[in-house]
Structure formats: C-alpha cells, structure tokens
Design a protein around this ligand. Structure first.
Ligand SMILES: Cc1cc2nc3c(=O)[nH]c(=O)nc-3n(C[C@H](O)[C@H](O)[C@H](O)COP(=O)(O)OP(=O)(O)OC[C@H]3O[C@@H](n4cnc5c(N)ncnc54)[C@H](O)[C@@H]3O)c2cc1C
Length: 375
C-alpha cells in the first residue's frame, strides 16, 4: 500500500456534485523542508470527540516506498510522494492527493479503510476515475485506488466479480459467452464498483438490471452482503451514494440470461459509440444526465444552444457529442467547472431546462458525504 503526503491548499469557491466517503474533520499542519532530498512533515488530527493525536512522517525522495505495520499486523507499503489525480482520471485533470494507496485484494482494501477510519483521514475509493472531476488543488485526504480484479463464474450466467474489474472487459466476456444484460458495458471505461455506484447504463440497459447482490465493506471494516431486492437504484444513481457508513463496494454478483444475439449486439453498440462519441479524447463520458420526461437528450439541448466546440481555456464541448466535454490540452479544473456552469446557464436561458451533472466533482476539502447528491 502506498500513501502520499502533499501540501496544504485552500478551498476553492466551487460547488457542484460533491462526492466523498468522508470521515471527521482532519487538520493538517504541513512543514515541508525546502530541498527535494528529504522532507518531513507533521500532521495533527482532531477527532469528533476533540481528542487529537499526531504523528510525524518522514519522506526521503530516494526511497518513496516504505513498509508500515498496521494494527491488524498487515505490512503495507506507503509511498510518500506526490500522486497526481490527473494521472488517475480519464479527464487528465487534478492535483495531488495527501495520501495514496492502491489495493489489489479485499484484505488490503479493509486495512486501508480501517487505517483511514482510525486516523480520521477522509478517503475516497476510485476505480478508473472515468466519472470524476478532480480539483487542481488535489484532495486533502486519502485516495484508495481499487484494483480488486477477480472474476468467478461457477454457474452459467452467474458472475461474481471484484469491484476493481474492468466493466468493459466484463461486458465483452459475458456477451461473448452468450449472456445478455451487459452488452452496454463494452464501451464503458470504468470498473464494476464505479458502475454499480453510478448505476451506469446505455442503450436501454443499466447495471442495476443484472445485479443480483453486492458485497460491501463499511467504514469500520465490517462486511455486509446486500441482496438486489433491498437495493433501490435509479437513473444513474444507487443506494450506495447515500450510504453514510459505506467504505467500499468489494464485489458484485451479476445474473445474466442466455442469448444468441448478445455478441452481435455488443458489436453494434461499440460501433455506435465509435461514430457518435469522441473516442480517444480525454473525457468523462456524459457530463449531464438526460432531463427526465422531456423526450430530448442533454446533448441535443447543448447542440441546439449552439455550444458544440465552445471552449473555456483547455475545456471544450466536443464537436462530435455535445454532452461530452473534453480536455483538449491543459484544461484546469476551473476551466471545466466554468464550462459546465456556462453550458448549464445557456441551456436554461434558451430552453428553461435545468441540466443536472452526471459527473462527480471531488472537492479538495469535502467533509460531508456528497451533500449535493440525489436527495
Ligand atoms: C468515454 C466514456 C464513455 C462513457 N460512457 C458511459 C455510458 O455509456 N454510460 C454511463 O453510465 N457512464 C459512462 N461513462 C462514465 C463512467 O465510465 C461510468 O460512470 C463508470 O461506471 C465509472 O466507473 P469508474 O470506475 O471510473 O468510477 P470512478 O470515476 O472512479 O468513481 C465514480 C464514483 O464511484 C465511486 N466508486 C468507484 N468505485 C467504487 C467502489 N468500489 N466502491 C464504492 N464506490 C466506488 C467513486 O467514489 C465515485 O463516487 C463514460 C465515461 C467515458 C470516459
């Protein structure tokens, strides 16, 4: 496991959809030494009960990985160097995070979550970062990169999949094996965990349609198995978004039906994407949800408002798909936020429609659990 410590930053004046698996307030006092060779810094935390504790971290650039023993006896590798969120997001935007850790199995995931919980470090789990807008200021907490990538199938059409497994790979495998329900996933560059959290969908299919059960771990490290019947999904939303004590989705069981045409459908959907989306550009998919009960897509409204190709700095409305905003090179998070705000305003002025973001903005100092998320 690898943790990264970075500088303290100030809160930007921007609010949009905010997401976080948050923990109590943490106050950071950072005193880096001026030279690159060796940096030490002191971190102090305040717990909600006002009991505070502190520890000293030492960083040497010659040795950026260290092994640290956690309470549960696991040896964890902590990296203490700048990990840039732009390298973890498809938009290619985002500054450094204070701590970074990559997990490859359930035990590591639980240890990382427990560690953050016990040390009052706010944290966020990410998969491929394909639906997140990170801030240039970074994230004042721990980013847990999920790479739990197993897939088990003991019965035809039943797949138990690690939450870090690539969703597009799963879609292709199931369709090629002759099962229907995840053909749409073939073109979605996220993970199973991200897709379940977002209830990703396309082409009239969505993740929730084929979920049978979800295994989660809570903030305090406890496991829970949730059956589909107890989970209320909606359009691009899931009950996980409002689960205050959610640590992470660990694995998902999918139940698919046999179909002779799934493979062909998958290819059709992929071809449709190839001609209608800016494949190869840096994007986060659709920026806005389609407005409910209007019979018109967000992309069409943006296009009709004459905004295709409109840009703010390095952020641009795609000329190919108006609901895809691309980082055409050097876009800052503020460029993207300004572009989103501008497009919202124009569409509202012209059509009286208030678009709502599908992408999630990760606030650098969010202490609350996604306060702007679906009510
Ligand atoms: C080119 C392109 C095309 C796209 N097309 C589509 C599309 O057709 N349909 C669609 O719905 N979306 C689409 N997307 C958006 C995105 O790929 C999906 O929402 C995807 O499911 C996000 O997965 P991720 O792993 O990247 O999530 P991330 O962006 O890493 O995270 C998204 C959210 O999920 C949470 N999360 C991630 N993993 C976990 C976990 N294990 N446990 C708990 N919470 C977790 C994160 O904390 C965050 O809140 C597209 C994106 C791109 C770039």
């Amino acid at each position: 496991m690898m943790f990264v410590k970075t500088k303290k930053t100030t809160t930007p004046n921007v609010m949009s959809n905010i997401l976080l698996h948050s923990l109590p307030t943490a106050n950071y006092l950072t005193n880096p030494k001026p030279q690159n060779s060796s940096i030490s810094f002191h971190i102090s935390y305040s717990s909600p009960t006002n009991s505070s504790f502190s520890f000293l971290c030492e960083h040497s650039s010659s040795k950026q990985e260290q092994t640290q023993k956690c309470k549960d006896g696991l040896n964890l590798n902590f990296i203490r160097a700048s990990k840039l969120l732009k390298d973890l997001s498809t938009w290619g935007i985002g500054g450094p995070c204070n701590y970074f850790v990559q997990v490859h199995n359930q035990t590591q995931l639980v240890s990382a979550i427990r560690y953050c919980h016990e040390h009052s470090i706010r944290f966020i789990i990410i998969g491929k970062g394909s639906n997140c807008l990170f801030d240039d200021l970074g994230f004042d907490g721990c980013v847990i990169l999920n790479r739990i990538e197993f897939l088990e199938s003991n019965e035809p059409g039943i797949y138990r999949v690690g939450s870090g497994f690539r969703f597009n790979k799963l879609g292709m495998q199931c369709s090629n094996e002759g099962f229907t329900g995840l053909e749409f996933a073939g073109g979605i560059p996220g993970t199973v965990g991200g897709a379940t959290y977002m209830n990703a969908g396309a082409n009239g299919q969505e993740t929730a349609d084929v979920v049978d059960s979800v295994e989660i771990v809570k903030n305090d490290g406890r496991f829970q198995m949730l059956n589909r019947i107890d989970l209320k999904f909606g359009y691009r939303t899931s009950p996980f978004k409002s689960m205050k004590d959610l640590g992470s989705i660990v694995a998902v069981m999918f139940k698919l039906q046999p179909s002779g045409s799934a493979k062909r459908r998958l290819q059709e959907y992929l071809e449709r994407r190839r001609v209608s989306q800016p494949i190869g550009e840096r994007s986060a998919g659709s920026v806005f949800r389609n407005p409910p009960n209007l019979g018109i897509a967000a992309a069409e409204l943006i296009e009709k408002a004459g905004l295709k190709g409109f840009r703010v700095g390095g952020a641009m409305v795609s000329n190919i798909h108006a609901n895809f905003f691309i980082n055409s090179g050097g876009s800052t998070s503020q460029d993207m936020l300004d572009l989103i705000a501008f497009v919202k305003e124009k569409v509202d002025q012209k059509f009286g429609v208030q678009l709502k973001e599908e992408v999630l903005y990760v606030h650098p100092y969010c202490n609350d659990l996604n306060p702007n998320r679906d009510k």
